[in-house]
Write a protein that binds this ligand. Sequence first.
Ligand code: SF4
Length: 389
Amino acid sequence: MTKVGIYVQVPFCQTKCTYCNFHTGVVSSGRFAPYVDAVCREIRGHRALYRGAGVELPVEFENAAVDTVYFGGGTPSLLEPELLERMIAAIRETFAADLSELTLEADPETIQAAKAAAWARSGINRVSFGVQSFSDKELVAAGRMHRQADIYRAAGILRAAGIKNISFDLIAGLPYQTKESWRESLEELEKLQPEHVSVYLLEVDEGSRLGKELLVGGARYSAGAVPSDDDMADFYETSCEFLGAAGYHHYEISNWAKPGFESKHNLKYWRREPYLGFGAGAHSFSGTQRWANAHDAANYVAAIETGQMPVEQLEPVTRESALEEELFLGLRQLDGIDVGRIEREYGVGLGTRFGPLESAGLVERAGDVVRLAPARLSISNEVFVELMK
Ligand code: SF4
């Protein structure tokens, strides 16, 4: 039976972080319920909506079972639990659901005991926490609402509510971050023993307030205190050593897990397994097509209310694009890719692509398996650029 993941986008935040220019809005809470109603309508009516928009679900979807759900954003933990429950109910009513992993992204300051207990009752069994840093100075500069004390408080509440799978996100490259403060964040993280850790290198969107300041100058958003690329690479390498020594398995460029706690949902993205995205800006992959919903939440709600599927992008997955994805997404996993399988499946030879990268020490080959060289993980983007030439 085909297993499908579901992603639900909740595009609302309490404030805008200085580095972020995602399509998320700081809106009145009165907008939450109409948005959730639209998402439920999209979930329940997805087949008819897809047909109207040119999306063709392969026949395997007829008997597919949903095994993972991921509420991402934005800040989905801002929603009242009852609204999250409505979306979970719509999923359970629409699909054969055998949910082994139901993740909610949460910001520490939004976590309260009553909410966390309601999340657990509704089946949420994994919380992905936007920690970003344990340094209050860095959190303030980044425009985050929480402080170190909130992280400790929120982690305690989640454990008390029975959430046994907690993931922490850290960002390497925030203004004022130093080698010492980065190590302190890792040490604080270890005290709380999350089951999963993601480390992202700061990507400053040019349209964000920090991005504009980096381009034209100014002191309001601490652009002058953003660490150098070399420092960021150093933070990343420190994470590899520290988290490895702390018992975390490094399974994807940006992700570490205690044994058995790798993200089932996110693995689908890297393994090119099917997932359906609901909500404004959500992306979907059926195996034969990729599509994305309209990013603007108000346009999304208006379209769904009039029975239209607000698809912004719809692309067939060609043989060439599937091959590129196999390489690009597959190599993100530290186990590497089975080049023999890919060569047989796509009828291509990959020796000329990987030979020069192997000679340059960027990838390693053992039999049919090719993986990124561990010492080159911090420059993986450069390796991918070379690979796609
Ligand atoms: S970084 Fe996350 S929490 Fe901050 S504004 Fe962007 S989406 Fe919202």
